[in-house]
Design a protein around this ligand. Structure first.
Ligand code: ADE
Ligand code: ZN
Length: 334
């Protein structure tokens, strides 16, 4: 181990790729099921965890969406996010941008308003009680039609002040970024910041990265490590300061490994790459565990970990004061 556990814990952390629905631990799933009178098909939390046997993005997504059935009311969404914030406070996480998937709820009959009010209340509670600042990024599900994404965008407008940006997630196969060009153009016009998933080792990964950069105009890319297959695109990321939000432990579940080699190469070459947790309850690692796995596999130094956090705050959409405060904390570590 190149860095100590003490250093890893003390390091101030900024997380930019966290699906709040992916923080639903089996324990809370049972509690919410009981509260809502839902009978789960599992007898215990161990059984739920044992069912996590994904080996690609699609098999993970099936489990992820099934878990959400227990999220029904405003207090459910509040408790989901509150539990997450309490857990990462112990990891010295101080700023996080949370993805949420409204269509995964509205498609089940849960109103948009219920989802966002619960999350918003938990954000305020986390700021007041734990000192964690956060922002919301609304993701569209790419395996649904673009018209549904557009309707969701319009539905979000009354809550515009609560949502910092929009993203694109779910099953990438056959669902290229270009399918959502009009939705993202409208989102930009409404003042939302833009990001999109380009998951690891997808069919047409490079073409999708090209589209997000040239046709959509994203400000950063979620995952995106396949960019190394195209030198021109790597140069463009560096030149434009466009960052990547990588997720080592998630990569291990949905591809052939953590992609530590690729992440480290991008870091060394000056791409603003960051380390994140994606869906920690399903993949078994929050932000600190992801940093630890990468540090061990790639023999990172303390300075490398500081650079990863500096990258994260640089490419984040935090207000200037939050960025300054975070950088000041990092400076005390040098
Ligand atoms: N939704 C939740 N996690 C995701 C991921 N890693 N890729 C695509 N969609 C997701
Ligand atoms: Zn993701």
């Amino acid at each position: 181990m190149t860095v100590t556990a003490e250093f890893l814990t003390a390091l101030p952390k900024c997380e930019l790729h966290l699906h709040i629905e992916g923080t639903l631990e089996p324990e809370l799933r049972f509690q919410l099921a009981a509260r809502n009178g839902i009978q789960l098909e599992y007898a215990s939390t161990e059984e739920v965890r044992a069912s996590y046997q994904f080996d690609d993005l699609s098999s993970f997504l099936a489990s992820y969406y099934a878990g959400m059935e227990v999220l029904r009311t405003e207090p459910d969404f509040f408790d989901l996010a509150r539990t997450y914030f309490e857990r990462v406070a112990a990891q010295n996480l101080t700023y996080v941008e949370l993805f949420f998937d409204p269509q995964a709820h509205t498609a089940r009959g849960v109103p948009f308003d219920v989802v966002i009010r619960g999350l918003r209340r938990a954000q305020q509670d986390a700021q007041n009680r734990l000192g964690i600042r956060s922002a919301l990024i609304m993701c569209f599900l790419r395996d649904f039609q673009a018209e549904f994404a557009m309707a969701t965008l319009l539905e979000s407008l009354p809550y515009r002040e609560w949502i910092t940006g929009v993203g694109l997630d779910s099953d990438e196969r056959g669902n290229p970024p270009s399918k959502f060009a009009a939705v993202f153009a409208r989102a930009r016009a409404e003042g939302y910041r833009l990001t999109m998933h380009c998951d690891v080792d997808q069919e047409n990964s490079i073409e999708h990265i090209r589209q997000v950069l040239h046709e959509i105009g994203v400000e950063r890319i979620d995952h995106g490590t396949n960019v190394l297959e195209d030198e021109t695109l790597v140069a463009e990321l560096i030149e434009r300061g466009i960052g990547l939000t990588s997720c080592p432990i998630s990569n291990r579940w949905v591809s052939d490994g953590t992609k530590a080699t690729e992440i480290t190469e991008l870091l060394r070459r000056g791409v603003k790459i960051t380390v994140n947790s994606d869906d920690p309850a399903y993949f078994g690692g929050y932000v600190q565990e992801n940093l630890q796995v990468l540090a061990e596999e790639a023999q990172l130094t303390e300075q490398d970990l500081i650079t990863l956090q500096r990258n994260a705050i640089d490419i984040s959409w935090a207000p200037p004061q939050v960025k300054d405060d975070f950088r000041a904390k990092l400076d005390t570590l040098r």
